[in-house]
Design a protein around this ligand. Structure first.
Ligand code: AOF
Ligand code: ZN
Length: 434
């Protein structure tokens, strides 16, 4: 049977449904499933919070006997593996579904075409690739982590009419209005982690949580690039670290492992990469990193390009990078950890090392929120997938901090994918292909 406009309409609805649990299904993708019989939806579901049960089994349970002879619309190929739950393909077969329409095939090596094969072998008609671009879009975080071993990175910038993102020495300056801020809260809620540089963490003292009523529990993990552990204990981030996780990414030189090793750089330690075994480690910083059970980030870390040394060095004027004594560092680390902050050691200036390490921890989507230097770091590394550029009518005037980009100098490779207005503010979105 060929694809009909009805198929596309139901798939569009399944994709919309899938977005309900975006960012709330752990490492599992948020998948939408509709069971349609004679043009009527008799079962619908999205992957459950935390990732299980999968969408299909719930939708089938709702449809019950009505699933026999029906068509299932699924945004991702039904799974074929016996994981924590039995395979969805088996369930679709058992319920007697006649046809399965799929948007995106699953790159998970345990599935990857086998789900479709199982269905076809059982005599079920399968059509894949329906609204594939839209489907891939809704699964961008999952697909990026699966296929690129890193999170999907969104860079959000709010720029004034005169091209500024803030004012020097003034902390948080309101650039966008309440409607745009509410939209950013919604974006945070569907994102696994949010990242800022230490300059922004100190200057703005941001909370980086979701405060929209009803969405408070969806705050992302908060990450600060903080080479020399300068995050003040009095900051809002540290004060709330026990409610919403905070990870501080410090230089490897600041690692207790590094100082234990009598001057050897961490990468020279046998079997221990600059990142592997560090970023995913348990809280005790004095425990030796295991040299077995290293995370997949090891290879990436060892292949790190040293030429990407950072424009971020100097983000903290007057603070000599690595100038603090070991004892000083140890006590700062201990104080941060006592406050509930997790300190990990990974070169904060090498996103191509940090991102795989975050993916290994199950982070599939990352929102880079500031400041200008951190934005440049990710842009220059070519590790931004989507740019959300808010342009506000506000004028900052003298003492402004220049935006790293505006609508006229979006890096090549990005396509303009839409414009929306939030009050007086204009949001332009640019994306690179997945
Ligand atoms: C589906 N429907 O709703 C989702 C699927 O750890 P497990 O056993 O839950 O398996 C995780 C994998 O299942 C994940 O990597 C992806 O391949 C698939 N997710 N599959 O049939 C769903 N969320
Ligand atoms: Zn499944």
């Amino acid at each position: 049977m060929s694809i009909t406009p009805h198929d596309e309409r139901f798939m569009a609805a399944a994709i919309r449904l899938s977005r309900w649990h975006l960012g709330r299904t752990a490492t599992n993708p948020s998948v939408g499933c509709l069971i349609v019989r004679d043009g009527v939806i008799v079962g619908r579901a999205v992957t459950a919070l935390s990732g299980r049960p999968h969408a299909e089994t719930q939708a089938l349970a709702e449809a019950g006997v009505l699933a026999r002879g029906a068509t299932a619309y699924v945004t991702l190929e039904p799974c074929s593996h016996h994981g924590k739950t039995p395979p969805c393909s088996e369930a679709l077969i058992a319920y007697g579904v006649a046809r399965v329409v799929i948007s995106v095939t699953d790159p998970d090596p345990r599935v990857s075409g086998r789900g479709i094969a199982m269905l076809r072998e059982a005599g079920i008609e399968v059509d894949a690739g329906v609204l594939e671009a839209e489907g891939r879009h809704s699964l961008a975080a999952y697909l990026t982590r699966q296929t690129k071993n890193r999170p999907y990175v969104t860079l959000k910038l709010a720029v004034s009419a005169d091209g500024m993102i803030g004012r020097k020495g003034e902390g948080q300056v309101a650039i966008t209005g309440p409607e745009a801020r509410a939209q950013v809260q919604a974006l945070r809620a569907e994102t696994d982690a949010i990242l800022v540089g230490i300059g922004t963490a100190i200057a703005d003292d941001p909370l980086l949580t979701v405060r929209t009523p009803g969405l408070e529990s969806q705050s992302p993990i908060r990450i600060v690039l903080d080479p020399s552990l300068a995050l003040p204990l009095t900051s809002k981030l540290v004060a709330t670290a026990r409610e919403v996780s905070v990870i501080v990414v410090a230089s490897e030189e600041m690692s207790p492992l590094s100082s234990d090793a009598e001057g050897l750089p961490p990468s020279a330690l046998p079997g221990i990469s600059p990142t592997g075994g560090e970023i995913g480690k348990e809280r005790d910083p004095n425990s030796p990193a295991p040299d077995s059970n290293l995370s997949p980030s090891v290879n990436v870390a060892q292949g790190a390009r040293p030429d990407l040394i950072s424009p971020l060095v100097g983000e903290m004027p007057g603070r000599a990078e690595g100038g603090a004594s070991t004892a000083d560092m140890d006590s700062r680390r201990a104080a941060l950890e006592a406050a509930g902050v997790e300190v990990v050691h990974c070169n904060p200036y090498h996103p191509e090392v940090l991102l795989p390490a975050l993916a290994t921890r199950g982070i599939s989507s990352l929102l880079v929120e500031g400041g200008a230097k951190t934005a440049r770091l990710f842009l220059e590394a070519g590790l931004v997938d989507r740019i959300q550029l808010y342009q506000a009518p506000v004028v900052i005037g003298g003492g402004g901090i220049e935006s790293p980009l505006d609508a006229t100098d979006i890096p090549s490779g990005f396509a303009h994918t839409g414009t929306l207005m939030f009050g007086e503010d204009r949001l332009d979105e640019y994306e690179r292909g997945l």
